[in-house]
Design a protein around this ligand. Structure first.
Ligand SMILES: *[C@@H]1O[C@H](CO)[C@@H](O)[C@H](O)[C@H]1NC(C)=O
Ligand SMILES: *[C@@H]1O[C@H](CO)[C@@H](O)[C@H](O)[C@H]1NC(C)=O
Ligand SMILES: *[C@@H]1O[C@H](CO)[C@@H](O)[C@H](O)[C@H]1NC(C)=O
Length: 437
């Protein structure tokens, strides 16, 4: 079994500058090993870009066009010198700052064959974005995987022990296994700076763990409406920490949208009118490295620049994830998960059409729908990106799978399925709760 250090990527601060991401081959991406020589080269490139940016701004465009056509649709806008200068300061001393550790990339898993090894020190980390169907998926993870040593679940605690076959050590970092140890619905920024520390605290640091990040995205309009309805039912997620840059966001940085404890009487129009509403572009924000834009303090960049950086970072992080799926494509998600991790589910994921969101949608005017689109324009772009990336991964996995037809027609059917009976103790979204879905 191939072994590899988890901390292989230093690129999170810088690569989005150069990153093409998407369906492009990530072999070309910046797998900077922790290696000062490479860092110096990177610094040199950045400095040259600054130089060109200042003195030959046209040439920067030429540089940015120097990429294969298939990549251009997902590429970043040309960075302006101002961006570059700021990035330079972010980059200045990565060896002394605490780098986020987002784990192994999909490419490393597929092309370099770093299979998820439950017997070794591999940990799956579930980034659960609100209202993307993560509750059902999280339950599948703890109760439906065909494992040598299944998770043992306790109804009352809504918690399971998901241990490795040979020792009592967690292989799954998620709400139903470990809990919200890095904060309620922790985002990429929180998880990548916390998971390793948390596991070291609980299980020691005698081993180097490898992390496999997984997540779900959902069509942004439906997701937004679903969040709106959930807030009306009393959800606030006010215990989310919004940790970034070594501290939680202040109240000045994240002003509240409502005076009381809950926002349950909110109308659609006041929900969409609050500029601080975290529902707006939630998926992009939760997938991005917020440290790149000065966290929740929006004063370092213009809104436009901030948005572009967040989107680029979100795309990059998503593309690096070991696995992601889209709520609208459950079956593909199941197949891609099983193939990527070489694990099997004992159930078939079911496709719930979002009847609730559709019902809300039907009550809205054209203008209101247009407003949701505007408020979630980054998420809409991220979702389109995710969709083509998902199909590309799916097609590649399918092509290398000689048993595809058989597998596809019998997803979720194990040769000898053991009936596991852990029912609906974990309720989906019927109750008033601040921590659901
Ligand atoms: C954001 O940072 C700037 C500069 O560091 C500071 O002056 C400003 O008060 C901060 N804004 C908020 C809302 O904290
Ligand atoms: C969901 O919608 C798709 C397409 O609109 C349809 O084919 C499918 O049967 C629906 N599934 C359920 C469970 O209603
Ligand atoms: C699994 O199923 C096969 C046939 O479907 C049967 O022959 C075998 O005994 C089963 N094994 C177990 C452990 O139940």
């Amino acid at each position: 079994m191939a072994k590899k250090n988890a901390g292989v990527q230093v690129d999170s601060d810088s690569a989005y500058l150069f990153s093409d991401s998407g369906s492009c081959d990530f072999k070309m991406e910046y797998k900077f090993r922790l290696n000062k020589l490479v860092f110096i080269c990177a610094l040199f490139v950045v400095i040259s870009m600054v130089y060109f940016g200042f003195f030959f701004s046209d040439k920067v465009c030429a540089l940015s066009n120097f990429k294969s056509p298939s990549c251009s649709e997902v590429s970043l806008r040309t960075p302006t010198p101002e961006h570059v200068v700021k990035l330079l300061s972010l980059l200045s001393d990565p060896f002394n700052s605490k780098l986020p550790n987002p784990g192994l990339s999909y490419d490393e898993i597929i092309h370099e064959n770093f299979q998820f090894d439950m017997n070794a020190h591999d940990v799956m980390v579930f980034l659960h974005i609100q209202k993307t169907g993560g509750t059902s998926f999280g339950r599948h993870l703890v109760q439906d995987l065909d494992l040598q040593r299944p998770c043992t679940c306790q109804k009352k605690r809504k918690r399971c022990y998901c241990f490795r076959p040979n020792r009592n050590e967690n292989w799954l970092f998620s709400r139903y296994s470990i809990g919200w140890k890095c904060g309620l619905h922790a985002d990429w920024t929180e998880l990548s700076s916390c998971v390793d520390a948390e596991l070291i605290k609980n299980e020691g640091d005698s081993v180097k763990r490898r992390y496999f990040y997984i997540s779900l995205l959902r069509e942004p309009i439906s997701r937004y409406l679903s969040e709106f309805r959930h807030v009306q039912r009393g959800a606030t997620w006010k215990n989310s920490r919004h940790w970034c840059g070594g501290r939680v966001a202040t109240e000045q940085e994240l002003p509240k949208c409502y005076p009381g404890v809950v926002w349950s009487d909110v109308t659609f129009d006041s929900f969409t009118s609050c500029p601080y509403n975290l529902a707006n572009n939630r998926q992009t924000r939760m997938m991005a490295d917020l440290a790149l834009v000065g966290c929740y303090n929006t004063s370092s960049y213009s809104k436009e620049d901030r948005d572009q950086i967040l989107l680029a970072s979100a795309k990059k992080n998503l593309a690096n994830m070991a696995f992601f799926a889209l709520t609208e494509y459950q079956k593909i998600g199941q197949y891609v998960f099983e193939e990527t991790f070489n694990l099997r589910f004992a159930v078939t994921f079911s496709q719930h059409n979002s009847t609730l969101s559709n019902a809300v949608l039907a009550t809205l005017t054209k203008d209101q729908i247009e407003k949701i689109r505007r408020l979630n324009s980054l998420d809409i772009e991220l979702y389109e990106f995710a969709k083509s990336l998902m199909f590309s991964r799916f097609n590649k996995l399918q092509m290398r799978d000689p048993q595809f037809e058989e597998r596809w027609n019998h997803l979720g059917e194990l040769p000898n399925k053991t009936e596991f009976n852990w029912d609906d103790a974990i309720d989906d979204e019927t109750t008033k709760t601040t921590s659901d879905t």
